[in-house]
Design a protein. Structure first.
Length: 424
């Protein structure tokens, strides 16, 4: 091997060694620069977090001696306090965090408490709805009685019209006899006098001197005053209970609801929805199918402890021909009265059912004893005569009427508004 070849090999080896050494040095320098950049970023982030914490939290003076103890601790033992809502983002390759992101948890929306409409507005709505109901009852009567000379056939037509309006046989006969002897009807009179004659006779049948106020509204009422809602399926008891709670709230009374309808899965939820809108608590069972009497008992105990003004107990709808279900109503009342006396039992009737509702009403009156009637769906109904017949048969007044689907469409029954609505 000649000398030139040896020198060439040596030169190649030296160059290779220099390249390797240079690469190692450059790699170390690059890593050092990356580490310095990370440390600088971390320090900057720590400074920003410290500034944010100082701005968000008021300074609380430390107890004596605590600052000294904190100063004696090494920096490694002091961990920054956890901040709620702060989420640290991991650094590259799983290293230390470089950023902290503030995550704001959305607050639970609190539904506003509604202010229900008072009695004055409800009565006004009752008059308007009845006057626009298109009820043919009053119009048919007026057309027959407006004839100059009424024959026996005409009087039979009057009685038929009353029966079709579900006034009832006995009340219809009574009204016809009174109209026969009224000079404003039998004589030659103008329409104004005829209308006034009809109005006065109908008012006499409906009853203007009847006490229709709820026991809870009377001066010196017991506290809590207990109301039990009863009726068949589909009459709107739970809805009526919720609307009644709103009526009391509009009078600045404290109210509690008892969900003793434990057979219908959605009944308690429905009642809670009504209560939540006006800040009225609901006592319910934690399981479906619970004993309704036990729920009523607990509701009465809770109402007594909280000293509320009114407790409204909703019960399950039941068929009036099911003896065991009707007996259960009696049990609910007896168990409730172990804590509080029951002041009111309101029967909820659908005004459109007419005389079918009368059969229901009689059985409920015998099973639990009712103090008043709530008529729902009264607006737009040709069965308005049920007001007269139900009072005559049961001897209890109609106290409340539902005239629409709105939350404040439950109004105290006003005989004059009702009769004026019938006559148009």
């Amino acid at each position: 091997m000649d000398t030139n070849m040896v020198y060439g090999i040596i030169a190649v080896v030296v160059i290779a060694v220099l390249l390797i050494v240079g690469g190692i040095w450059m790699d170390r320098s690059r890593k050092k620069n990356i580490q310095q950049s990370q440390e600088a970023a971390k320090a900057k982030a720590d400074e920003r977090l410290a500034a944010e914490r100082a701005a968000q939290k008021p300074t609380v003076p430390e107890p004596a001696g605590q600052g000294r103890e904190r100063a004696e601790q090494t920096p490694d033992t002091l961990a920054p306090p956890a901040e709620p809502g702060l989420v640290e983002e991991p650094g590259p390759e799983g290293g230390e965090s470089l950023e902290a992101v503030v995550v704001e948890e959305p607050a639970e929306p609190v539904p506003p408490v509604e202010k229900p409409e008072g009695k004055k507005g409800r009565l006004q709505r009752l008059r308007e709805r009845l006057s626009k109901s298109g009820n043919p009852f009053g119009k048919a009567l007026f057309n027959i009685l407006a004839k100059d000379h009424l024959s026996e056939t005409d009087w039979e037509d009057v009685e038929d019209t009353l029966l079709l309006a579900d006034v009832g046989a006995e009340a219809s006969e009574q009204l016809v006899e009174q109209l026969r002897t009224d000079a404003r009807v039998t004589g030659e009179t103008d329409p104004t006098q005829l209308r006034e004659a009809l109005r006065s006779e109908l008012l006499a049948l409906v009853g203007t001197d009847v006490d229709r106020s709820l026991e809870a509204e009377k001066p010196g009422a017991k506290k809590p005053s207990v109301i039990i809602m009863v009726g068949v399926n589909g009459t709107g008891k739970t809805t009526t209970a919720g609307k009644l709670a709103r009526l009391f709230v509009s009078e600045d009374k404290t109210v509690m609801l008892g969900a003793a309808d434990t057979f219908r899965a959605a009944a308690a939820d429905q009642l809670e929805t009504w209560g939540a809108k006006v800040d009225v608590p609901v006592v319910r069972s934690d399981k479906e199918g619970a004993d309704p009497a036990s729920v009523a008992f607990e509701a009465a105990a809770k109402a007594k402890d909280d000293d509320v003004d009114v407790l409204i107990i909703d019960t399950a709808g039941r068929l009036q021909n099911k003896a065991n279900l009707m007996d259960e109503l009696g049990k609910i009342r007896r168990v409730t009265e172990k804590n509080l006396p029951v002041d009111e039992v309101l029967l909820v009737l659908d005004a459109t059912t007419g005389q079918n509702g009368m059969a229901q009403a009689k059985v409920f009156a015998e099973a639990i004893g009712i103090t008043g009637v709530v008529l729902t769906k009264l607006d737009g109904s040709a069965k308005g005569g049920i007001v007269i017949s139900v009072q005559k048969e049961l001897g209890v007044p109609v106290k409340l009427v539902g005239v629409g689907e709105g939350p404040d469409d439950l109004a105290p029954f006003d005989p004059e508004s009702f009769v004026d609505g019938i006559l148009g």
